[in-house]
Design a protein around this ligand. Structure first.
Ligand code: BGC
Length: 469
């Protein structure tokens, strides 16, 4: 299998057009460079925890005030709300006594998802929160919860400042949200106001958390060793468990306290620290994005941009390298026409799994292009280059977190920690998880720490309910 694999890569390499070869080099981040990225992120994490952080790093390193984790003793019914990049999920988590002398409570989850429409993404905060309250009410009606006073945990996938667990001042709308107001306001208050306007509901939002924090907490319910929560979906970000004594903005009340810190790593490269890796395509994607110059790290990794990077490359290849016989369809020429989902579907593994090379042709014909067999291989390779770079940059970030956690446990040799991960890219791309895992292992190998990854599927909403619990 290895020999056949190497031969087939060799054959493909042989047929590379010169531009494609240089593209491969352009999108390749070497191990030495990834180590530098990891070092830089580790340094920025430390800066970000200091009160004098502002000039030193763009990463927020926000204390979440989630300072206790599920230990299996939680019981009762809790509502989890999860507002993500594209969907709102409402769930009811019921935790009851373990069966057969087990230690974990029996968790029953009923949930429903709703698409956040373009109108809402571009409307006002009141419209968005009214939508959330309305969907909560319809969920409550369907599940016989009307009139019951249930605690709500709210996952809100944006950066916000907290001074307690149920108070969150919104710092920015990110991803595809272009809401005109709400920044500077308390997210919990906005939700309570919408619940009051809705009229039918009787619930109290007892906790609000970022999706990475929710994912970390739901990871802990699966594996007590989970100390990292990672999202690679429409957006990307990570949270981890930090010693309170290291967080300057939080009063430390004893050496042993820990708290989840929401890194907001999508801001990491906004200092310009990754500028050397930015290709003309990254710059193009950034320039045509609603927030140029911001979220550069996220733009190199997450699902909101991955398809667009591939699309820009394909258009260039059609122009300079005769891809698609030089024809760029009207659709392919349109911003965001090439979905990140296609990048996942187009990888060789996905094709092998589905047993049909027609996958590529079908996707390309949906953007108005009829590829030759050589075009198909080239498109596959472009998708591979872009998603490999994303996974490797993500691994550099995870390795920095692992090293930070290791530094907090200096006496533990060969520390093994778990990362709970979710998001459409992580879950939908057939090799992203393996690439992330392998590269993280490699980058951590010299630092006496290992990271195990678990897929915390739909973890952020469940995590919010668990935090409420
Ligand atoms: C948001 C983060 C979030 C991440 C993953 C980013 O765009 O700013 O707060 O955790 O996406 O959803």
């Amino acid at each position: 299998v290895v020999v056949i694999g190497i031969c087939s890569i060799f054959i493909k390499m042989g047929s590379y057009q010169p531009y494609l070869q240089s593209l491969k080099e352009l999108l390749h981040v070497t191990d030495a460079q990834l180590t530098t990225v990891s070092d830089r992120m580790l340094q920025d994490m430390t800066y970000g925890l200091q009160l004098s952080r502002k000039s030193k790093t763009q990463m927020e390193m926000l204390p979440s005030f989630v300072d206790s984790l599920p230990d299996g003793s939680e019981r009762g019914a809790f509502i989890g709300l999860d507002l993500g990049g594209t969907n709102l999920r409402v769930l009811l988590l019921t935790l009851s006594d373990p069966v057969d002398n087990g230690s974990k409570p029996v968790a029953d989850i009923k949930s429903e998802s709703f698409k956040v429409t373009k109108d809402l993404l571009e409307g006002t905060s009141a419209q968005l929160f009214d939508f959330i309250a309305e969907k909560m009410a319809s969920f409550a009606h369907k599940n016989g919860l009307v009139g019951k006073k249930l605690p709500v945990g709210f996952t809100f996938s944006f950066p916000f400042d907290q001074d307690r667990i149920n108070h969150a001042i919104l710092k920015a709308w990110t991803k595809a949200y272009h809401i005109k107001d709400g920044v500077g306001d308390d997210v919990v208050q906005m939700l309570h106001d919408a619940i009051a306007r809705q009229g039918d509901l009787n619930c109290e939002v007892v906790a609000v958390c970022n999706d990475t924090v929710g994912t970390l907490v739901s990871g802990v319910a699966e594996d007590q060793n989970c100390q990292i929560g990672l999202i690679v979906g429409t957006g990307t970000n990570a949270a981890y468990l930090e010693k309170v004594s290291n967080i300057e903005s939080v009063e430390s009340q004893g050496a042993d306290r820990w708290m989840c810190v929401d890194m907001e790593w999508e801001y990491f490269a906004d200092t310009g620290c990754l500028d050397q890796f930015l290709t003309e395509f990254d710059k193009q994607v950034d320039a045509s994005s609603p927030m140029p110059g911001q979220f550069i790290f996220e733009k190199m990794i997450s699902g909101m941009y991955m398809g667009e990077i591939v699309r820009s490359i394909l258009c260039k290849l059609a122009k300079v390298d005769n891809l698609f016989a030089g024809n760029i369809s009207e659709t392919l020429a349109t911003t965001d026409a090439f979905l990140s989902r296609y990048v996942s579907d187009i990888t060789e593994e996905a094709i092998a799994e589905h047993g049909k090379t027609e996958v590529v042709t079908k996707i390309l014909s949906s953007v108005g292009v009829t590829p030759s067999s050589e075009d198909v291989v080239i498109v596959q390779l472009v998708c591979e280059f872009v998603s490999t770079r994303a996974a490797h940059l993500c691994a550099a970030g995870v390795s920095a977190i692992a090293r930070k956690i290791k530094a907090n446990h200096p006496d533990e040799n060969d520390l093994v920690i778990t990362a709970g991960v979710d998001g459409s890219v992580y879950a939908g791309h057939p090799t992203f998880d393996t690439m992330l895992e392998d590269k993280t292992a490699q980058l951590c190998s010299a630092h006496g720490v290992k990271v195990q990854f678990i897929h915390a599927k739909d973890g952020s909403g469940k995590g919010a309910a668990l935090i409420a619990a």
